[in-house]
Ligand binder design. Structure first.
Ligand SMILES: Nc1ncnc2c1ncn2[C@@H]1O[C@H](COP(=O)(O)OP(=O)(O)OP(=O)(O)O)[C@@H](O)[C@H]1O
Ligand SMILES: [Mg+2]
Length: 288
């Protein structure tokens, strides 16, 4: 993974279609006037709203009339058995998978089903996949710098004229992800957990409103897992987070509302103690 050009596409790196901003906006289904960062309409305090989302693969419903609302600033955990549709849900939110039917809104006005992946990333939804994908032959600092430069919003507003402000944001992010002492190390030399934090930092420099994190603590040590929980708790409020995890100690530490998915629908929702006491949840997931 030494060549940046060979690196798999990350949400922030996906370039918008060529042309002026106006051309791009006009080309984007007539809705792009709302695809302006910082303009997500949170007037009802809901940052993400999914209604009756169905996704079928060869007749099998990976999501089955899924309805879910995430409040602005919320830290939500999604749990559920393998194959419940958790990753598919993230694929729908990020535009990777088109639902067969249903609604998906970012804030009040932004219809995610009418936007493509780069447009959704640009609107302020950042996604972290399970496997860390950092540039191993670049330093930690350079990784954050590259992620920032890949974001057209940042390039326009920060790199164009406020280079010191860009550096400040990187320095602040380094502290947030506990890697300030590692800034000049090659990313390839970091521990697995540190690489995961770096990748989260690469999302954070782009200042997403909503962060989607799919099994972020898989493979981490217990200590790294708990530090990651603290990191996510500290990010909530400023950002909204949707975290898919199987690690119940981690979910408990996050302390937020928990949604249990099963067979593509919401089986239960509430605080962890409540869903853990739910007989149906015990049967399909926790009691296994
Ligand atoms: N591209 C695809 N083509 C066919 N089937 C798919 C595809 N993507 C997902 N599925 C199926 O949809 C169902 C839901 O998968 P998904 O990956 O969303 O589950 P998950 O809840 O993330 O599970 P896990 O906890 O194992 O990660 C599974 O049965 C899976 O095999
Ligand atoms: Mg999954």
């Amino acid at each position: 993974m030494s060549d940046i050009g060979m690196h798999p596409a990350r949400p922030g790196e996906q370039a918008l279609p060529p042309g002026t901003r106006q051309e791009w906006e006009e080309g984007a289904t007539g809705l792009a006037h709302v695809v302006t960062p910082g303009e997500v309409d949170l007037s009802h305090n809901v940052i993400l709203y999914l209604e009756d989302i169905t996704v079928s693969f060869d007749g099998f419903k990976a999501l089955n009339a899924l309805t879910l609302a995430i409040d602005a600033g919320e830290l939500r955990c999604i749990i559920g058995p393998n194959g419940a549709g958790k990753t598919t849900m993230m694929d729908v939110i990020t535009g990777k998978t088109r639902p067969d039917s249903g609604k998906a809104f970012f804030g009040q006005t932004l219809d995610l089903t009418r936007l493509n992946e780069p447009q959704i990333a640009h609107a302020g939804i950042g996604r972290k996949f399970q496997k860390p994908t950092v540039f191993e032959n670049h330093t930690v600092f350079e990784n954050l710098e590259l992620a920032m430069k890949a974001d057209k919003r940042v390039r326009r507003t920060l790199f164009a004229r406020l280079d010191s402000q860009a550096r400040d944001r990187i320095a602040e992010t380094l502290r947030t992800i506990h890697l300030d002492a590692q800034a000049d190390r090659l990313a390839g030399l970091l521990s697995h957990g540190q690489k995961q934090w770096l990748e989260i930092g690469m999302l954070l420099v782009q200042d997403p409103r909503l962060l989607l994190l799919d099994e972020p603590v898989a493979g981490m040590t217990d200590d790294e897992t708990m530090r990651t929980a603290e990191l996510f708790v500290s990010l909530a409020g400023k950002h909204s987070l949707v975290v898919v995890e199987h690690d119940m100690a981690f979910v408990e530490r996050l302390g937020g509302k928990v949604t249990v998915l099963h067979e593509g629908s919401v089986l239960a929702e509430g605080d962890l103690a409540t869903v853990q006491a739910d007989q149906r949840v015990i049967e399909v997931y926790l009691g296994r």
